[in-house]
Design a protein around this ligand. Structure first.
Ligand SMILES: [Zn+2]
Length: 140
């Protein structure tokens, strides 16, 4: 999108650690770090495996499919830049491959959102530099 985006953009604390995630998102792919020592797939990205502390990691593409683990409907955002989006769904998504990630459920009426509903990732190109991973109800 070439139009101005008025909301805060991601500011990764460790850009070198999270860069592959953001680059994949720009390609509309969802990737997660996987430990090559103990096979653990995890999110958010870290420089060591949270299970065995190995630094031998690789990036694995995941399906983007999962289920809604938990959520809240936001009516009063902490940041006023999101006021025009209210009400919106702030969610924890349980991915089919195991990790959970915090995101938004979009393209979903507020009164139809349910825990355990099937979801699939979508990629919101909010600027030329940033693509955000969000989720929508999965069809079928
Ligand atoms: Zn490990």
């Amino acid at each position: 999108m070439a139009t101005a985006y008025s909301k805060p953009l991601p500011r990764p604390l460790s850009p070198e650690v999270t860069r592959p995630f953001w680059e994949a998102a720009k390609r509309h792919e969802l990737v997660m770090p996987r430990c090559t020592r103990c096979d653990y797939l995890f999110f958010y990205p870290r420089s060591e495996c949270p299970r065995c502390l190995s630094t031998h990691l690789e990036w694995m593409q995941v399906s983007g499919r999962g289920r809604l683990h938990t959520y809240t409907v936001v009516y009063q955002p902490a940041n006023a830049a999101f006021r025009d989006d209210t009400p919106y769904i702030y969610a924890v998504v349980q991915l089919d491959e195991g990790p959970r990630m915090v995101s938004n459920v979009v393209q979903c009426e507020i009164d139809t959102v349910r825990v355990d509903m099937p979801l699939e990732a979508i990629f919101d190109d909010v600027t030329l530099e940033w693509t955000l991973v969000k989720f929508k109800p999965a069809l079928g």
